[in-house]
Ligand binder design. Structure first.
Ligand code: HGY
Ligand code: MN
Ligand code: MN
Length: 426
């Protein structure tokens, strides 16, 4: 691989990201709102497909809505491939880099690989996974869960968005057949390993004064719906002593979740979404639905955290004469990335530190099927899922260069031995 200083830069990551800077901007929340299969994310899919086509990549969208762009200059069999990529959907009011940085960096890395003249020993694919954030249909990493079969396709098809549109309707409007969602053995057989580049969602690299890190692990994380039931009534005609107000109980539940998480080292609990029913200003709600995002480095501790929050929620709601139900909507076990692959990356990038992440990723879901790894790029604010998320131009290029070096190593002689072992203990 030529020295970074001489690497040809047919396209820089800042240039690529500048092309989509106006796609899906959210004038109310700030940042970007790019729900899967909405107009903005569909525009981004077209943008990616256009760039992939310009580079001679063969582009296909599989039955789960995952885009695969194949860089295969030697027309090798599509097997044991090195796969990179990320997602293009966002959280509401998200930043510019969560997802698109990995996709743009993959395109820039392909430019560098082409310029390097490498004769790859196996194909490379750039993959774009749908609904990584789970912002529209409620389950994170929906595309990679369908691919690996860790989500029942019939359940996925029935998921609805805030307008009542089902996932089945959304995918069929996108030209897919909801009856064909689900585990895709053929697509999985093609993958030898997966390496995802992502903006760091934290300040680790800032504190370490490094531009790029290699990921070590992902927290266990899940989403639970808590429904708080009270008595709907008139805001003016109901005395204060005669109420069972689920909004008041919900406020206590949210505080209880925070307190329980604070009392357990390593635990995280967040309520970012709350929906009162019926939701009138002059109406005492009858029910409040709220969603808990709970995480911990250990699976058993995550379950214990949620159980403890459930118990506290029931107790504090009862003080308001209300009851609570707790329903698991999704759960991802803790992930330790494949150790041989991780070590191969740190061999290529010896100054890159190892960093754990509290954020979930498709690389975490795929880790049950193939060796996976991640690269993180420095985010000077350390903030993510917010317009404040940022990556300096120079660091975006260093990230693309790091990804290109890693891919060059994995595509070169000997790289093909790293494949299909699945997560290794270590
Ligand atoms: O929620 C997460 O951890 C990821 O950003 N989807
Ligand atoms: Mn992401
Ligand atoms: Mn995210």
């Amino acid at each position: 691989m030529p020295d970074p200083g001489t690497a040809l830069r047919s396209t820089s990551v800042p240039q690529l990201l500048a092309e989509i800077a106006d796609v899906g901007t959210d004038p109310v929340r700030g940042g970007y709102s790019r729900p899967v299969y909405g107009a903005a994310e569909s525009d981004l899919r077209e943008w990616f497909t256009e760039h992939a086509g310009r580079r001679g990549l063969d582009v296909e969208t599989d039955r789960n809505g995952i885009i695969w762009a194949w860089w295969n200059p030697r027309r090798l069999p599509l097997q044991n491939a090195v796969v990179t990529g990320s997602h293009l959907d966002s959280v509401p009011g998200g930043g510019a880099f969560d997802g698109p940085l990995g996709v743009a960096s993959a395109l820039a890395a392909v430019d560098r690989l082409t310029a390097s003249g490498i004769r790859p020993t196996r194909p490379l694919a750039v993959a774009v996974f749908p609904e990584e954030e789970g912002s529209r249909f409620g389950i994170a990493c929906l595309g990679s869960r369908l691919l690996t079969g860790t989500l029942d396709p019939a359940r996925a098809a029935r998921l609805t968005d805030a307008d009542g549109t089902t996932f089945a309707e959304a995918v069929s409007r996108h030209g897919l057949d909801a009856d064909h969602l689900g585990r895709d053995e053929e697509a999985l057989r093609r993958i030898g390993l997966f390496v995802e580049l992502h903006v760091e969602q934290g300040r680790g690299l800032v504190d370490l004064d490094q531009p790029v890190a290699v990921a070590s692990s992902v927290l266990a994380h899940g989403r639970w719906r808590l429904s708080v039931f009270g008595e709907g009534n008139h805001a003016g005609a109901t005395s204060m002593s005669d109420r069972r107000d689920p909004m008041v109980a919900a406020a206590a539940v949210i505080g209880a979740a925070r307190d329980v998480a604070r009392s357990r080292p390593g635990a995280r609990a967040t309520v970012g979404r709350l929906v009162p029913v019926p939701g009138g200003t002059n109406v005492i709600a009858s029910r409040v639905d709220l969603w808990l995002d709970a995480r911990h480095p250990d699976d058993v501790a995550t379950a214990a955290l949620v159980a403890a929050i459930g118990e506290r929620a029931t107790a504090v709601a009862a003080e308001e004469g209300c009851t609570v139900t707790l329903t698991e909507e999704s759960l991802s076990p803790a992930v330790r990335f494949d150790v041989p692959l991780r070590d191969r990356l740190t061999g290529v990038l010896p100054t890159a530190p190892l960093l754990a992440t509290g954020a979930g990723h498709d690389a975490g879901v795929l880790a049950t099927e193939v060796p996976t790894a991640m690269l993180f790029v420095r985010n000077p604010t350390g903030v993510s899922h917010s317009p404040a998320e940022h990556v300096e131009d120079a660091d975006t290029d260093l990230g693309a260069e790091a990804l290109a070096r890693v891919l060059h190593d994995l595509l070169g002689p000997g790289g093909e031995r790293l494949t299909g072992q699945g997560p290794a203990d270590g």
